[in-house]
Design a protein around this ligand. Structure first.
Ligand code: SF4
Length: 252
């Protein structure tokens, strides 16, 4: 059954209630505690690496359990089918620490170098698209998170390139290391509208699974981790992997 405006409003109310359950609050608290451990580890280079990655794994595990709980408690009518990779034509936003974690996960595999090269090629293509759009608009510099950037993201999706991490089987090949943006993105709408060429694409109904102040506080910790490691910020996955794949921490 398709979700209309009233049903979407009711879903928002259920999500608000689900977020305030003691179990949900405890899971986000756990995620934040693990991120605190990761942050402390950034100041201790010798033994930091294993602690950092372990703490990040535990934090994302808590976030996954939190999102599962929200979806279950709020009865989110998710329409994403098994194996559907329609949204994996995105250039998903990432925190720098997520780009580093993903690059590390890719480089642990036999096809890692090839996938990193794909990310580098896509980052260049994305930047060229962004620059061309800026020049056409007469902008003298390119800012991310602006209308120009959003329009470039849409153009990127319509171009139909698959994420460099997407496997030949249509599944994310680094599922455990995928960024937060890929975890919180679900559709409750007609799957046909997930195609950027569909006329209804711009109005695709997606519940906000990650929008509260408590959830944003987890993101602030992720951002702090990047700052603590002096990682360069990057607006999307491809860009981040291109910048960070040769960082010393990817081989730890
Ligand atoms: S990281 Fe994985 S889930 Fe995210 S867009 Fe790429 S293939 Fe899809």
């Amino acid at each position: 059954m398709l979700v209309d405006d009233d049903a979407l409003e009711q879903l928002r109310a259920r999500l608000l209630r689900a977020r305030e359950s003691p179990e949900a609050i405890a899971l986000l608290d756990a995620a934040r505690e693990h991120l605190d451990v990761a942050l402390a580890a950034t100041g201790e280079p010798a033994r930091a690496r294993a602690t950092l990655w372990r703490a990040l794994d535990a934090a994302y595990d808590a976030v996954d359990r939190y999102l599962e709980l929200l979806a279950r408690a709020a009865e989110v009518p998710v329409r994403c089918g098994p194996g559907c990779a329609a949204c994996c034509t995105e250039a998903p936003p990432v925190h720098a620490i997520e780009g580093l974690r993903l690059a590390r996960a890719l480089l642990e595999r036999a096809d890692g170098g090839e996938r990193v090269q794909r990310a580098v090629d896509q980052a260049r293509a994305f930047q060229a698209m962004l620059l061309a759009r800026a020049q056409a608009a007469g902008a003298d510099h390119v800012m991310t998170r602006t209308r120009l950037y959003r329009e470039t993201q849409e153009q990127w999706r319509r171009s139909g390139r698959s994420c460099p991490v997407l496997g030949a089987d249509g599944r994310c090949s680094a599922y455990a290391a995928r960024p937060l943006a890929c975890r919180v993105y679900v559709s409750v709408d007609d799957p046909a509208k997930c195609d950027p060429r569909h006329p209804g694409f711009a109005t695709l109904r997606r519940p906000a699974l990650w929008a509260s102040e408590r959830e944003r506080s987890v993101e602030r910790q992720l951002a702090r981790l990047g700052s603590a490691l002096s990682l360069p910020a990057a607006p999307n996955l491809q860009w981040a992997v291109a910048q960070l794949h040769d960082h010393p921490l990817t081989s730890s």
